[in-house]
Write a protein that binds this ligand. Sequence first.
Ligand SMILES: O=C(O)Cc1cc(O)ccc1O
Ligand SMILES: [Fe+2]
Length: 454
Amino acid sequence: MAAAASSTEFEYLTGFNNHFATEALPGALPKGKNSPQNCPYGLYAEQLSGTAFTRPRATNRRTWLYRIRPSVCHSGPFLPYPHPTAALSESVPTPPSQLRWKPLPIPIVGEGVSEGEGIDFVRGLNKMASAGEPSMKAGVAFYIYTANEPMTRTALKNADGDFLIVPQSGELIVKTEMGSMHVPPGFICVVQRGIAFSVNFAEGTTAVRGYVCEVYDGHFEIPDLGPIGANGLANPRDFESPVAAYDADAEDPADNAFVVVHKFLGALYETQASHSPFNVVAWHGNYAPWRYNLDNFNVINSVSFDHPDPCIFTVVTVQTAEPGRAALDFVVFKERWSVATDTFRPPYFHTNCMTEFMGLITGRYDAKEEGFLPGGASLHSAGSAHGPDVDAFTKATTSDLTPDFISEGAIAFMFESCYLTHLSKFALDENLLDTSYTESAWGPFESNFDPTKP
Ligand SMILES: O=C(O)Cc1cc(O)ccc1O
Ligand SMILES: [Fe+2]
């Protein structure tokens, strides 16, 4: 497939939830006020709210955009957007089975998508599982995307939730109204609701695969550190937001045409725009997309005994109103020293009241060294017991407990949610599922119980 290559050289503004100010033309930001009678360069002033106007200052998010045309010129009339796998996204009766998926082919060919067809990020977004309702601002959706075409003249604007994008293969250029970000595997990015964006490819990338978590609740925050102190895990200064950049109008009106896909109440709508929605010449505010390099995550773990719960690896979280109960924790399992004495070191057997959707970006995961593959996924629903597979158990109970540098170069992750998710029809496709998962992982366990040997 032809892929328009994009440069990866972008500037960034650093710091989590900072109040940024950035202009692509000198003096484009009005001085001292948000909404002057006339804006510099003939721009239109427009506010984008990320939270209710009345939220307390600490959690209030909004950005002022100075743009060539108001956003309303790029929206409506809205017509249903024919998504190739829409029918497969529908929720189906969901068993509590522990599930594992093989790496998804790029692109996925099947119902709705024929061999050789160009598929972009929006058309290649496949819903695996979801819970809740965008209309009530509570819930999540987990997706795997595969695409072989950039969104050169298409943008997506999501009213339902924030998108956390986790590339697994292929380097993304995520172009947003606030500017562009390079997001290769090993990085994550968040594009919050209401911000139009296109997923394009970096030079050398012709096909991509990765994971997306959409959260209908609030926005991603860095977790509080409690007794850990003022530093550690994900540090605020490592979050990078784009600088302002805009598409200038081309001379030929035909070259300016854009399709804006709008996600609203779980459905996709399209609108034909005569100009690019990426027309923000300057912006200021604290509601902006960001990227984060997972290399910067400072792993903290036990240096005495026992296996801490996986929340110790939370990079960012979306909280519900109940303290400590996450709509979504994004948790990363990466290389680290494993030193705990007299301890079963891999993830323990457990039943969680939260839902655990996992993916693997690269390398191996210590609870399942075989079978859980990069580009694949697993789902352990709330209430469904799971744990290390028999090989991991045998290795962990027989090896010497010397300090061990584990999972070298590996990055696994978990979307952990307090919501119970429904599977999509797509997720139950037998060609995508690893149908031998539960039997191969846990079937061989035998009783080692001997009442004579304490
Ligand atoms: O199930 C999993 O592999 C994820 C996980 C990891 C861990 O270290 C502890 C608990 C847990 O759910
Ligand atoms: Fe688990």
